[in-house]
Design a protein around this ligand. Structure first.
Ligand SMILES: Nc1nc2c(ncn2[C@@H]2O[C@H](COP(=O)(O)OP(=O)(O)OP(=O)(O)O)[C@@H](O)[C@H]2O)c(=O)[nH]1
Length: 617
């Protein structure tokens, strides 16, 4: 703890001039959480002996994967030139799927620390977050982190940063979140550079909700940024969008453990507890006001995050279906961006079609289902949202390929994104080749420094969601970074490829693909299923089709599986046992028409890689 750490100011009565609200924005792994840890230590809000790495990443999964999913706010005391200040730091996630969380956090701040790894330089999310911060009119403090690393080249990257945001390379602070070097100077700069919050203390209370989190013991904890007026415990508050009123059971600040206070005044960042149980009642972006003396206009809100990627989630053991429903209900309490509705599949039984912000979000949800709820689940291939117009001019929104209209299709439109890829210039050729193979259109290229290039492409989202990032990383030895934002829709020559077993469609394998890639998908899936499905007592054709047209075919040859063949003796009990065992096995079989398919075969076929790996090799 530094001598500069000081006694905390009372949040209900702090002069806004003494408050600084800031966040740290950075590319994934550039060291936000580690820097935040040092700040907690230096300001004395966390005792040395209580310190653990990534203090603010509370979820186990966050700590294990080393990524931040939910943003958190912390109040820290700091003294500069004899004056005491309260610094509210809002930690933000850096991954592209969670951009919407970043933009909420930004709206609660007046300034941002732009943190860049001194051994890596500017990456795609550095840029994306910087643009978001600039859109929100935030004061930017450029900082190079990890200067303790032998590979650090602070002079080079200070110049790169200065070039990007203007100003002199000397203005770029140099710190190490690991050793703590320079962190006190950084806190001073936060006080000096970031403007104090503005608001009207005598106006009716207005607070903006920038996050709400479900806590099993306390119900929903709502994080707010006070703009005008004051909120105090036991006050009746109103949510301006729904007009719902609640009593404030507790109000306080995180420092970083929750600490109840006598209230929150202008410019403060803190939390509210009203005893509601569902995060949807405490909607992010909504304005909290006083129910007796309500404000007339709400603060500008956020747009709801829109699910971009859909996938079917099925329990491997069908009897787990009710547990899966319950688990999703519980996750939804803390993850407002998760969407789901029941669906059934011939191959997989009862499950849910879920909407996610992106692939990482999908992975995190499935991992939480497995880890926190002990469920074994299978996910179907992720799909984006297609708008299909049929010949009679009606439009259908398709999030599941098996819902693709069967009749004549007039046009199909797919979501597209503006993708920005940052990489050393030696990789430009291979990156362009990859983007081209994914139907990308080059928008332009910018040199950020002598050897770092930003390549911009317009690409179909459907081409990015599967394994694009993996391919990008492996083709560039891990040096490329990617960020993308929605850029509307485009019409494309897309078709649905069905997979048929003995003429019966297997819904879980239908896919919407570009016509040029339909054949490759058909060949791959038919070959894969031929390998995985055991022989039956009759020959089974495995076909891929577009509508009624067969584009690929394999066949599984007939074989009579005689389980009794092993029993040469006449031991009837042994025979019976074998027959019993066969019956057990059959329970786990799915019937597609007359064909018996073990559930494992479907699962193995689904978890195989997509057609592209084979094609791109
Ligand atoms: N040598 C060195 N390593 C650091 C420093 N700061 C962070 N690291 C390491 O860099 C890695 C990423 O740090 P994090 O703090 O988890 O990064 P982050 O930006 O919070 O990552 P997300 O939460 O995923 O956005 C970890 O392995 C840290 O130990 C530093 O100053 N020096």
């Amino acid at each position: 703890m530094s001598p500069r750490a000081t006694a905390a100011l009372e949040p209900a009565a702090t002069d806004p001039e003494r408050i600084r609200n800031f966040c740290i924005i950075a590319h994934v792994d550039h060291g936000k959480s580690t820097l935040a840890d040092r700040m907690l230590q230096l300001t004395g809000v966390v005792e040395e002996r209580d310190m653990r790495a990534q203090y603010l990443d509370r979820m186990d999964i966050e700590r294990e994967r080393g990524i931040t999913i939910k943003s958190q706010a912390v109040r820290m005391p700091w003294a500069l030139a004899g004056d005491d200040y309260a610094l509210n730091m809002i930690d933000t996630p850096g991954h592209v799927d969670f951009t919407y969380e970043v933009s909420r956090s930004l709206a609660a701040c007046e300034g941002a620390i732009l943190l860049v790894d001194a051994a890596q330089g500017i990456e795609a999310q550095t840029l994306a977050n910087l643009y978001l911060a600039l859109e929100n009119d935030l004061e930017i403090i450029p900082v190079l982190n990890k200067i303790d690393l032998p590979a650090a080249d602070p002079d080079k990257y200070a110049a790169e940063l200065a070039n990007l945001i203007g100003g002199s390379p000397d203005d770029v602070l140099r710190v190490s979140g690991k050793t703590g070097a320079g962190v006190d100077m950084l806190l001073d700069r936060v006080v000096e550079r970031i403007p104090a919050p503005k608001g009207d203390a005598s106006a009716p209370a207005r607070a903006m909700i920038f996050d709400s989190v479900y806590d099993a013991y306390r119900g929903v904890v709502t994080y707010v940024r006070m703009v005008d007026g004051k909120l105090t415990p036991r006050q009746r508050i109103q949510m301006m969008s729904t007009r719902a009123t609640h009593e404030l059971l507790e109000i306080g600040v995180s420092s970083p453990e929750p600490a109840p206070t006598k209230g929150l005044g202008v410019g403060e960042v803190g939390y509210l507890i009203t005893g509601v149980k569902d995060v949807r009642q405490s909607k992010v972006g909504d304005t909290v006001t006083d129910s007796v003396k309500p404000a007339t206009t709400a603060l500008a809100g956020y747009t709801d995050p829109k699910p971009m990627v859909f996938s079917g989630l099925y329990p491997i053991d069908a009897s787990d279906y009710p547990e899966l429903r319950e688990a999703l209900d519980k996750l939804k309490l803390s993850d407002a961006a998760l969407n789901y509705e029941p669906e059934t599949s011939v191959a997989l039984g009862f499950g849910f079609r879920c909407g996610f912000l992106g692939l990482l979000h999908l992975e995190i949800v499935t991992e939480r289902l497995e880890r926190e709820f002990g469920l074994d689940i299978i996910t179907t291939a992720p799909s984006v949202v297609y708008e299909v117009t049929t010949e009679d001019k009606s439009t259908v929104t398709v999030t599941n390929p098996s819902e693709f209209p069967t009749g004549k299709v007039d046009s199909v439109s797919e979501p597209i994104v503006r993708a920005a890829i940052l990489a050393p210039k030696d990789y430009v050729g291979t990156i362009m080749e990859l983007c081209q193979s994914r139907r990308g259109t080059l928008l332009g290229m910018d040199y950020l420094s002598e050897d770092r290039v930003e390549i911009k492409y317009m690409m179909p989202l459907g081409e990015i969601v599967f394994d694009f990032f993996d391919h990008l990383k492996s083709r560039t030895q891990g040096y490329a970074s990617l960020d993308y934002e929605p850029a509307g829709e485009q019409q494309a020559d897309l078709v649905k490829v069905d997979i048929l077993l003995q003429g019966e469609q297997v819904d879980a394998f239908s896919a919407i693909v570009h016509r040029d890639k339909a054949y490759a998908y058909g060949v791959l899936m038919t070959a894969r299923l031929k390998e995985l499905i055991p022989r039956q007592q009759f020959e089974v054709p495995v076909q891929a089709a577009i509508g009624a047209r067969i584009i690929a075919r394999e066949s599984i040859r007939a074989m009579r599986k005689d389980v009794l063949a092993k029993c040469y003796g006449g031991d009837i009990t042994r025979k019976r046992k074998l027959l019993e065992k066969q019956k057990e096995g059959k329970k786990r079989m799915k019937m597609v028409g007359r064909v018996e398919v073990p559930q494992e075969a479907f699962i193995a076929a689904l978890s195989g890689d997509t057609e592209r790996k084979d094609k791109e090799k």
